[in-house]
Design a protein around this ligand. Sequence first.
Ligand SMILES: [Zn+2]
Length: 126
Amino acid sequence: MSRGFNPPAQNWLVGHRGVDLPASQGDSVFSAGSGTVTFASVLAGRGVVVVTHGLLRTTYEPVAASVAVGQTVRSGQMIGTLQPGVSHCSVNHTVTCLHWGLLRGRVYMNPLSLVQVRLLPLYSAQ
Ligand SMILES: [Zn+2]
């Protein structure tokens, strides 16, 4: 992990609403759990994929989606590849990480809380 979860004290303040996992452009991104794709498009200059798992949603960026809204995905199913975009994970058009977020309603949670059940959105290509 290259940057940890650091949610702001108030919603309008700057913080880090997720975790960054070191990665490179073109790396495959996998859904951290089974669910339904509820967003797969470009948002504010970077590709974003959102998978809804019941009450929870996981977000992945900057990602070129290979899935469509409404599609059901399994845990570990590929949902896209990393690509440069307007993101702190993309510097000078070079991708350095996957920003992975977890939401319950409008509340950001630490996605590493999911890792205890061996769910990770990014698997090494090696
Ligand atoms: Zn981040």
